[in-house]
Design a protein around this ligand. Structure first.
Ligand SMILES: Nc1ncnc2c1ncn2[C@@H]1O[C@H](COP(=O)(O)OP(=O)(O)OP(=O)(O)O)[C@@H](O)[C@H]1O
Ligand SMILES: [Mg+2]
Length: 273
């Protein structure tokens, strides 16, 4: 029987949970990601922000094994990670939730959590009771108000569907969660629900890369912000060290404020002699 992970914060000392170092990838002549370095700690939310085409999804797809990088390396808890495909990434506890949640609409939450990895009794039949109780346990932790265990997920709200997708991702030991625009298709109430989920995951010690175009969500949820522009990192800042206007200046102009650590993509300001 599969055990639900406790996701305790087990990263030793100051070693980041994940480190992407000097990552580059080109498509044809375009440097989609150009020498980008990003770190994520356990229990931390790092927002990746930037204009359309800045390279956010591409960088994250290298971590999730969907794209093969041209250069750079990935470290998980200080050890170099060999990630060549999504299966490798899952082995390191890296799970991705895409905007299209890829749920099976006509079956219930438990069937979705165990899709393709169903629990069986010793007689080889589906162990529905074990799957339902595991589902209740993990959903109870994420979204205690959720009660619609017997209904197909097509009948659930957007926020509830998001919690089913997250439960499925964390059921099997996810330590690193990538969320690419998780609230783009949701209304305000459901967005608030997803924010609660993110806070819960954080409290459980999971590290989260959050890609979002919503600057308010970013300031609400992220511990640190990484701004990308034209495939490069403009800068990295603790959310408490920068203002929304300053982050917008990083996104639009590539201008790095005093509270941020500049990256290779920071606008070089000519200093007056
Ligand atoms: N599979 C691909 N083939 C060719 N070019 C690609 C591919 N994937 C991404 N690109 C290009 O790489 C660049 C970065 O795209 P990416 O999707 O990472 O941006 P993004 O920051 O996620 O933007 P958005 O906010 O619109 O999602 C763009 O110029 C895009 O056209
Ligand atoms: Mg994207």
């Amino acid at each position: 029987m599969t055990e639900i992970s406790e996701n305790t914060n087990s990263s030793a000392g100051n070693v980041p949970l994940v480190e992407l170092r000097n990552i580059s990838i080109s498509f044809g002549g375009i440097h989609a990601v150009n020498n980008a370095s990003v770190e994520l700690n356990a229990g931390e939310v790092v927002a990746l922000v930037g204009h359309n085409g800045a390279g956010k999804s591409t960088l994250i797809k290298i971590l999730s094994g969907a794209y093969k990088r041209d250069a750079g390396s990935i470290y998980v808890q200080g050890e170099e990670a060999h990630i060549a495909n999504p299966r490798d990434a899952k082995r390191y506890g890296i799970e991705t939730i895409y905007q299209t949640l890829a749920l099976a609409d006509n079956v219930d939450a438990a069937a979705n959590l165990f899709l393709g990895r169903e629990l069986r009794t010793r007689w080889g039949t589906l162990d529905d009771a074990a799957m339902e109780s595991a589902t209740r346990r993990v959903m109870g932790r994420l979204n205690p108000r959720f009660q619609r265990f017997k209904e197909p997920v097509s009948s659930l709200s957007g926020g509830q569907r998001q919690s089913v997708a997250i439960a499925r991702a964390i059921l099997f030991n996810a330590r690193i969660l990538i969320m690419d625009e998780p609230t783009a298709a949701l209304g305000p109430q459901e967005t608030a629900q997803v924010s609660d989920l993110v806070r819960q995951l954080k409290a459980d010690g999971i590290g989260i890369f959050l890609i979002s175009h919503d600057i308010h969500d970013v300031f609400d949820l992220a511990d640190r912000i990484v701004v990308m522009k034209n495939g490069q990192v403009v800068g990295t800042a603790r959310t408490s060290d920068v203002t929304e206007d300053e982050v917008l200046g990083m996104i639009i102009l590539g201008k790095c404020p005093p509270g941020a650590v500049p990256g290779p993509g920071a606008l070089q300001v000519a200093t007056a002699a």
